[in-house]
Design a protein around this ligand. Structure first.
Ligand code: HEM
Ligand SMILES: *[C@@H]1O[C@H](CO)[C@@H](O)[C@H](O)[C@H]1NC(C)=O
Ligand SMILES: *[C@@H]1O[C@H](CO)[C@@H](O)[C@H](O)[C@H]1NC(C)=O
Ligand SMILES: CC(=O)N[C@H]1CO[C@H](CO)[C@@H](O)[C@@H]1O
Length: 407
């Protein structure tokens, strides 16, 4: 019965897509993708309280989350509320509106995450990684850990796994001091930070954002985060125990498209993992498997994953310059939704505040590409910090604001 539902859904999608794209090559690619979807949906594992609750017991939001986890529903949304917040922080009007506080949080995060170049800042990229490192410290044998705020509520942040996250940790702690008196949990703040950051990065998906996670002041189990020297087999097994399959792992690791490392090779602090740090494009995938500019530093773990038979196929699909971006964004959004809910056992109580996220940007042109190109050749090390901060390198950019001296 279940199988029938998936297959008929896939067939319907197929029929409508073949009508929309009469090109035979396209249609065959779609056929393969839809057939894979059916297989994958069958293998998808439920998490938290969704494992035991019947459909009839689920709230509409929990039903949507379940459908996202089963690969039956998109996790991207363009629903946006551009009205001004219902009231000032702490006001009765703001307290009466669940997402009001999150609107204030989102404004503040967006300002911190968006650079004057329009690329996303180191705070944004660390926020995405922080979301992963809080939620990802969980496995299907853990009775605690996951997206529970413990990375910042305990001394977890000082573990070597979390090197490179200190700037966002300080910032997130400061936001927590400001917003927790109004009922915001650290767990939600961290996950909202990751989804706001993702959409602030140009081309990034606008991922549905749920709130209501509970905090935990017990440090997560150790040994559950990946290392940059890990083999593909180690990584695939590590993530499988988090209910994340090889396909979703390939999607998630694409977040390295925005990255600038500082601890893999300390002598090359600030060197990026593809030619466009701070941009949520798909260049990371082909540049990991193929040639890349001299300044690009590839992680061995990424190279290994790009080659394994269980992950290489998807790696190649995301590399496709024509439809790789949309395909990746869709898959990343679903996979991140799952990741952001690991260890969460009250999914049926969660609410949704996606509407507070800023709009996504579907295109991006770097006005300072000429100087970035020289930097990518390995010159001008003095620009590392500026690129990390997503600063416009050619002076005052379109959206930037210059300091006026002697007006
Ligand atoms: C396959 C397993 C993974 C490994 C081995 C890995 C390892 C690393 C390492 C070593 C860094 C550089 C840290 C530094 O030196 O400053 C990094 C950066 C980053 N990682 Fe991963 N990672 C993995 C998966 C993921 C996933 C699943 C996500 C998100 C969903 C993610 C998001 C990021 C981001 C956004 C950065 C950039 C941080 C910055 O620019 O400061 N990573 N990762
Ligand atoms: C945990 O995940 C692994 C990898 O998918 C699987 O082999 C194992 O059976 C799972 N264990 C539990 C308790 O669900
Ligand atoms: C981020 O900055 C760019 C360039 O300054 C601007 O075009 C864009 O609208 C900003 N994005 C948000 C969400 O504020
Ligand atoms: C197990 C495995 O495939 N390890 C490889 C990971 O990548 C590095 C460098 O790219 C290789 O040296 C390892 O053999």
């Amino acid at each position: 019965m279940k199988t029938f539902k998936y297959i008929s859904h896939a067939l319907l999608t197929l029929v409508s897509l073949s009508l929309a794209h009469p090109g035979m090559g396209d249609t065959m690619a779609v056929v393969r993708r839809e057939a894979n979807k059916v297989k994958r949906a069958e293998a998808k594992v439920l998490i938290g309280d969704l494992r035991t609750l019947k459909d009839s017991q689920l709230t509409p939001i929990a039903k949507d989350i379940k459908a996202i986890l089963l690969d039956q529903l998109d996790a991207e949304s363009s629903v946006i509320d551009t009205s001004i917040p219902a009231g000032a922080l702490g006001s009765t009007a703001c307290k009466a509106d669940l997402c009001c506080i999150w609107k204030w949080v989102s404004y503040e995060m967006t300002a911190k995450f968006n650079g004057t170049s329009g690329r996303c800042t180191k705070f944004a990229r660390q926020a995405v990684r922080l979301g992963f490192h809080d939620a990802g410290a969980w496995s299907n044998t853990s009775s605690y850990g996951g997206a529970d705020g413990s990375i910042l509520l305990t001394d977890e942040i000082s573990r070597a796994d979390n090197n490179g996250l200190s700037a966002i940790a300080d910032q997130m702690n400061s936001w927590y001091r400001k917003y927790s008196p109004y009922g915001v949990s650290m767990a939600d703040l961290i996950q909202m930070g990751a989804t706001v950051a993702t959409v602030v990065c140009p081309l990034g998906p606008r991922i549905r954002s749920f709130v209501g996670r509970k905090d935990n002041t017990k440090a997560a189990p150790t040994g559950l985060l990946p290392g940059h020297l890990d083999s593909a087999d180690t990584l695939i097994k590590l993530f499988a125990a988090k209910t994340i399959d090889a396909h979703d792992l390939v999607a998630l690791v694409g977040a390295h498209t925005t990255s600038q490392q500082h601890f893999v090779d300390t002598a090359r602090g600030g060197d990026p993992q593809d030619s466009t740090p701070g941009v949520w494009d798909v260049k990371f995938y082909p540049e990991t498997t193929g040639s890349a500019a001299p300044r690009v530093l590839k992680f061995q773990s990424d190279i290994n994953l790009s080659k394994d038979s269980r992950s290489a196929g998807e790696w190649k699909e995301f590399s496709n310059p024509t439809n790789g971006q949309d395909h990746w964004n869709e898959d990343y959004a679903k996979a991140y939704t799952r990741l952001s809910l690991l260890g969460v056992n009250n999914i049926n109580e969660l609410k949704e505040c996606t509407k507070v996220l800023p709009p996504r940007r579907g295109s991006y042109v770097a006005e300072d590409q000429a100087i970035l190109n020289i930097w990518l050749q390995g010159q001008f090390d003095q620009l590392n910090d500026l690129v990390d901060g997503a600063i416009m390198l050619t002076g005052v950019g379109a959206g930037g604001s210059g300091t006026v001296i002697n007006p």
